[in-house]
Design a protein around this ligand. Structure first.
Ligand code: HEM
Length: 394
């Protein structure tokens, strides 16, 4: 078996509209293979669809072990907050169920009308300022920041500053360079906000319930939960909306069809969830005991990286997987995970993104890219893939 230094280094690229060549190669030749992480640890990389589903559902592949500093991991010095820590804190105080409900499709904190209104206002401002505009800075990031502020009950006036915190999702070199200062600033900001949080939004509700919990969380724990939930609401939703916007700005036929056939939009979004490449890191697990993934034996303590991006483009499951085809027969993609950690906000994100995309199609009928498609640059070294900018005209 090769040593860590001789293994291919994961991740392989940062484009959100194209699967890296190396991942395509592994899908064909080795759907479970050995790689080395940013932190220098060897790991199993799972790319095949069947193997990825199996791994996500395998109870022996543990997410909490993947957050244990004694275990191999993706980054040398990972950020201070993890999904494991957040869910563990919420469960400990008996608040997990309430939190999951508050991210679900029937959450009472931000209506779909309001989500649409936020999108309409941003787009009207953008159009009024004149072309060219940038659908990342002028639309996707501020939209996700505002919607999440309202969902969580944070002051919406903070949204422009908070949108800039996408940088907290840095990995690899970018993380080593400035992450510590950025995290200190973010924690400080949320310490102040959580000290005066009202009763609105999911955080307000959790704080109120926490007061009557027989195992209440302390202020620092609530701050951690707030920062983590804010980043969950900002990162993936902004990146996915930016990708949708990029696709619509460069594929005029698709945009025209979705204007003509608005009922096709949910199906188109489902295909975009499949086709998009969103992970600058991976979904990680550590084996609690020996297990088998895609026919390969994984020993206890070994790190497993699951690339749902690659799995969603497995030619064994999707014909011409690189083709964005909104008429393809439905096959469940793995964009929101699978099994016991399935994203609690999946249905909410579907409904909210649909509102935002409809707003874009309606507000900017002549939408087109202001640069050649191959001039779009992607942020390097981030856990969620986002274009630097999507310059457009109309
Ligand atoms: C495009 C949008 C989104 C995508 C692609 C996405 C993706 C995912 C995935 C793949 C997982 C599973 C991770 C694992 O198995 O380890 C997950 C879990 C989670 N997501 Fe999302 N997510 C999105 C939006 C959101 C939003 C808007 C929120 C909250 C405001 C959120 C909160 C969470 C939480 C709390 C978990 C952990 C659930 C648990 O462990 O029980 N997500 N998400």
């Amino acid at each position: 078996m090769p040593r860590a230094g001789e293994l291919p280094h994961y991740p392989f690229g940062f484009r959100g509209d194209e699967l890296a060549d190396a991942l395509r190669g592994f899908l064909a030749d080795a759907p479970v293979t050995r790689v080395v992480t940013n932190g220098g640890w060897p790991a199993w990389l799972v790319t095949g669809y069947a193997a990825a589903r199996e791994a996500l559902k395998d109870p022996l592949l543990s997410r909490s072990r993947a957050a244990d500093p004694a275990m191999p991991r993706e980054e040398k010095d990972p950020p201070p907050l993890t999904v494991v820590g957040t869910m563990h804190l919420l469960r400990g105080a008996g608040l997990r169920e309430e939190a999951v409900k508050g991210m679900g499709p029937r959450q009472p904190h931000v209506s779909l009308e309001r989500v649409r209104e936020i999108a309409d206002t941003l787009l009207a401002r953008m159009v009024a300022r004149g072309e060219p505009a940038d659908l990342v800075a002028d639309f996707a990031l501020p939209w996700a920041a505002e919607v999440t502020c309202e969902l969580l009950g944070l002051p919406v006036r903070d949204a422009p500053e908070l949108a800039g915190w996408f940088g907290l999702l840095a990995t690899g070199r970018a993380m080593e360079e400035h992450l510590f200062d950025d995290w200190t600033k973010a924690m400080h900001h949320f310490e102040e906000r959580m000290a005066v949080i009202g009763t609105d939004g999911l955080l307000g509700r959790l704080v109120a319930l926490n007061r009557s919990s027989d195992r209440p969380l302390g202020h620092d724990d609530l701050v951690e939960i707030a920062v983590f939930l804010f980043l969950s609401g900002l990162g993936n939703p902004a990146a996915f909306l930016a990708l949708c916007a990029l696709v619509l700005a460069r594929d005029h036929e698709l945009a025209a069809r979705l204007r003509r056939e608005p009922e096709a939009l949910p199906r188109a979004l489902e295909e975009l969830y499949r086709w998009s490449v969103m992970l600058g890191d991976s979904i990680t697990r550590v084996a609690a005991a020996e297990t088998v993934v895609g026919g390969v034996t994984v020993r206890a303590g070994e790190l497993v990286l699951i690339s749902t991006d690659a799995a969603n483009r497995d030619p064994a499951v999707f014909d011409h997987p690189e083709r964005l085809d909104i008429d393809r027969p439905p096959v469940p993609h793995l964009r929101f995970g699978r099994g016991r950690h399935f994203c609690p906000a999946a249905a909410l994100n579907r409904a909210q993104t649909e509102e935002a995309v409809r707003a874009l199609l309606d507000a900017v009928p002549g939408l087109r890219l202001a640069v050649a498609p191959d001039e779009i640059r992607w942020r390097e070294d981030h856990a969620v893939l986002l274009p630097e900018a999507v310059p457009v005209r109309w």
